[in-house]
Design a protein around this ligand. Structure first.
Ligand code: AP5
Ligand code: MG
Length: 216
C-alpha cells in the first residue's frame, strides 16, 4: 500500500531534517516544495524567478504555481509507492488540491505528523542554519555542526546561509505560517490524521517519535 505522509510544522522546526532521515528509514521519496523552488532558482527557470520574488520576502508563492509544481513531481513513477511531503500543503487550497491529486491514483494522505516548538527555538535554529548547495542537507552551527566547517558531510558540497534566514524574513515567515498554514492543524485533526510530535527534543529523539507515528 502506498503511504503519503505530510510533514506539518512551522519554519525551522526540523521538517527537512526529519523528512530526510525518515526517507532513508522508509525508502519513501522526500518531496520538499522549498527544495523544488530552490532548484528552479539555481537553474534560473521562469518558475524560479517568480518564486524567488515571494521567498525573499518570506511570503508564500501563489497556490496555482505551487500546486502545478508539486503535482508534476508527485506524478512521477518514484512517488507511486508514496512520498514524504515537506512544506506542502501550506494552505487549505493546497490541501484540497493534494487530496484531489492523490485520489487520481486511488490514494489519500495517510498521516500528518505535526512537529512543534516555541518561536524562540525556531528563530535560534534558523539563525544558525547552514544548508548544502547540492541536496539541501541542513546543519546547525551549534546543534548539528558538520564535521568540517562549510562542507556537507554527506555529499561534500558547499554550505551556505539561505537568503530567507535573515532575521526580518524569518519573522515574516513565522507570521505567515500562523496566518495561512496553521488552519491545516484543524483541517487534518478533523480528518483524524494529525499526530503531534515534540520538535524541541534532540534530532534522534524526534526521529524516533516520528517513525513510531508513521508506523502506527
Ligand atoms: P521551505 O524551504 O519549506 O522553508 P520553511 O517551511 O520555512 O522551513 P525550513 O526549511 O526553514 O525549516 P525546516 O522545518 O525544514 O527545518 P530544518 O530541518 O531545515 O520554504 C521556503 C519558502 O518557499 C517559503 O517561505 C515560501 O516562500 C516558499 N514555499 C515553499 N513551499 C511552499 C508552499 N507549499 N506554498 C507556497 N510557498 C511555498 O531545520 C532548521 C535548523 O534547525 C537546521 O539548522 C537544523 O540543523 C536544525 N535542527 C533541526 N532539528 C533540530 C533539533 N531537533 N534540535 C536542534 N536543531 C535542529
Ligand atoms: Mg525545510
Amino acid at each position: 500500500m502506498a503511504q503519503y505522509i505530510v510533514m506539518l510544522g512551522p519554519p525551522g522546526v526540523g521538517k527537512g531534517t526529519q523528512a530526510k532521515i525518515l526517507a532513508e528509514k522508509t525508502g519513501l521519496v522526500h518531496v520538499s516544495s522549498g527544495d523544488l523552488f530552490r532548484e528552479n532558482i539555481k537553474n534560473q527557470t521562469e518558475l524560479g524567478l517568480l518564486a524567488q520574488s515571494y521567498m525573499n520576502k518570506g511570503e508564500l508563492v501563489p497556490d496555482d504555481v505551487t500546486i502545478g509544481m508539486v503535482r508534476e513531481r508527485v506524478s512521477r513513477a518514484d512517488c507511486k509507492v508514496g512520498a514524504i511531503l515537506d512544506g506542502f500543503p501550506r494552505t487549505p487550497v493546497q490541501a484540497d488540491a493534494l487530496k484531489t491529486m492523490l485520489a487520481e491514483f486511488g490514494a489519500d494522505v495517510d498521516v500528518v505528523p505535526f512537529v512543534t516548538a516555541t518561536e524562540q527555538v525556531l528563530v535560534d535554529r534558523l539563525s544558525g542554519r547552514w544548508t548544502c548547495r547540492a541536496e539541501g542537507h541542513a546543519y546547525h552551527e551549534k546543534h548539528n555542526p558538520p564535521k568540517q566547517p562549510g562542507v556537507c558531510d554527506i555529499d561534500g558540497s558547499e554550505l551556505y546561509q539561505r537568503d530567507d534566514d535573515k532575521a526580518e524574513t524569518v519573522k515574516r515567515r513565522i507570521q505567515v505560517y500562523f496566518e495561512q498554514t496553521s488552519p491545516l492543524i484543524e483541517y487534518y485533526k478533523n480528518a483524524g490524521k494529525l499526530i503531534e510530535i515534540d520538535g524541541s527534543q534532540q534530532i534522534d529523539q524526534v526521529s524516533e517519535a516520528l517513525l513510531a507515528a508513521v508506523q502506527k
